[in-house]
Design a binder for this molecule. Sequence first.
Ligand code: BMA
Length: 332
Amino acid sequence: MIKDIRMPWEDRPKESSEVVWRYSGNPIIKRNPVKGIARIFNSAVVQYKDGFIGVFRAETTAILPHLRLGYSKDAINWEIADKPIDFIDESGKPWNPYYAYDPRLVLVDDVYYIIWCTNFYGPTIGLAKTTDFKTFTRLENPFLPFNRNGVLFPRKVNNEFLMLSRVSDNGHTPFGDIFLSASKDLAYWGKHRHVMTKGGSGWWQSLKIGGGPAPIEIDDGWLVLYHGVTNTCNGYVYSMGVAILDKEEPSKVLYRARDYVLTPEKEYETTGFVNNVIFPCATLVDEKTGKVAIYYGAADTYVALAFSTIDLLVEFAKNNNEKVGDDDSLGR
Ligand code: BMA
């Protein structure tokens, strides 16, 4: 976490008792934001120098997703680069994926890592690093295909990098749990552990779940926002949930809220290229005040912003667990 963070903020509306509330100016990135780009969504941002920088999922007018940088002074109004990020491999040769989507951007020990869904005989996790947002060095793919939703932890735990991921298929994956893997060098990954299963209590996450923004370190664990998906007669519906993982052994789920904290309700979430999608990829967190700004993709069409606080999210994860019927598995 960066000290002295500046971040966008709106207080919770007086009449609201929501755990997570939306920015009144949503969506912050609209359709056709740059020439040749139809939609930007599912994207990640960090504070950088005197402003903010982001890695954005940009879909061309031929519908091919790739990653672009974006720059902002206030983390709300974004200027998107006019070309894709150019990667090199570790020997310095140009290397660019055929497609790239759903990026996360995580700072670990002074290095920014981009984690995304890349193509390697089907979708799997791609990984690259940068320190200056000018040179982007692609590292080895952490996992075999098929895999999506790679989420790196913002610090090493017991001297190892940790990454959440979701084993998947080559299509719109009708299953999926969250797993954890560890690496000492970012080249070799192992010690794979199961973290959370789809399901829980209630149907909003009955089909599959996947990691969201980088876990947020709190006093007694890791606060995670994640997406949970249900299947309906009209297709999948993506909502956002909250859980707390053990600090030293993050494969252990300490708490997991029963209910979602955000589900598609606004028109920019219910109606778009893919209706009914809320897909969180990044947060900005103010350690001092506990304010959290959540960046999420809406309907595979827009970038939107919502707010909460560490206290509200923790309280909800811990206490929103009243038993419904006989199924109390909650993924444990
Ligand atoms: C998933 C990913 C996400 C997308 C979601 C809903 O499989 O492709 O990028 O937001 O489907 O379409």
